[in-house]
Design a protein around this ligand. Structure first.
Ligand code: HEC
Length: 112
C-alpha cells in the first residue's frame, strides 16, 4: 500500500513538472506544490505573495518598479535578501515557508 502511494505521488510530481508554465498560471490553486532544484515549494502561493508583498517595488514582471529588477537570481540570493534585507529593503517582509515559496517562484520565473 505504501508503495502504491509513493508511486502515485511520483506520478503527480512528474505531471506537475511537465506542466511547466501552467503552474504559474494556476495561482488560485494554493496547494500546487512543485519541485525545483532546491526542493518542493508552493509556487502558486509564491506568486500570490510576490504580487502582494514585492511587486510594488520590484514590478509585477520582476523587471523593477522603483527598486531593481529581481531577475536572474538564485533561490539562495532571493531568500537571503528577503530574510536579511537588502539595501533599503527591510528584513523579514515575508517569513518562514512564505519566504521560501516566494524565493522559489522568483528564481523560477526570473530565470525563464
Ligand atoms: C518597499 C520596497 C520593497 C519591497 C516591498 C520589496 N523590496 Fe526587495 N528590494 C528593495 C530595495 C530598495 C532593494 C535594494 C536594491 C535596489 O535598490 O533595488 C531590494 C533588493 C532586493 C533583492 C536583491 C536584488 C539583487 O540584485 O541582489 C531581492 C532578491 C529582493 N529585493 C526581493 C524582494 C522580494 C522577494 C520581495 C517581496 C517579499 C521584496 N523584495 C520586497 C525594495 C523592496
Amino acid at each position: 500500500m505504501k508503495k502504491l502511494i509513493v508511486t502515485l505521488m511520483g506520478a503527480s510530481l512528474f505531471i506537475a513538472a511537465c506542466g511547466g508554465n501552467d503552474v504559474v498560471n494556476e495561482a488560485s490553486n494554493s496547494t500546487n506544490n512543485e519541485t525545483t532544484s532546491n526542493g518542493t515549494y508552493d509556487l502558486a502561493s509564491g506568486e500570490e505573495i510576490y504580487q502582494q508583498k514585492c511587486a510594488a517595488c520590484h514590478g509585477g514582471d520582476l523587471t523593477g518598479a522603483g527598486a531593481s529588477a529581481v531577475t536572474g537570481l538564485t533561490y539562495d540570493e532571493v531568500l537571503d535578501a528577503v530574510v536579511n534585507g537588502a539595501g533599503s529593503m527591510p528584513a523579514g517582509l515575508v517569513t518562514g515557508s512564505d519566504a521560501e515559496d516566494v524565493s522559489a517562484w522568483v528564481e523560477k520565473v526570473g530565470n525563464e
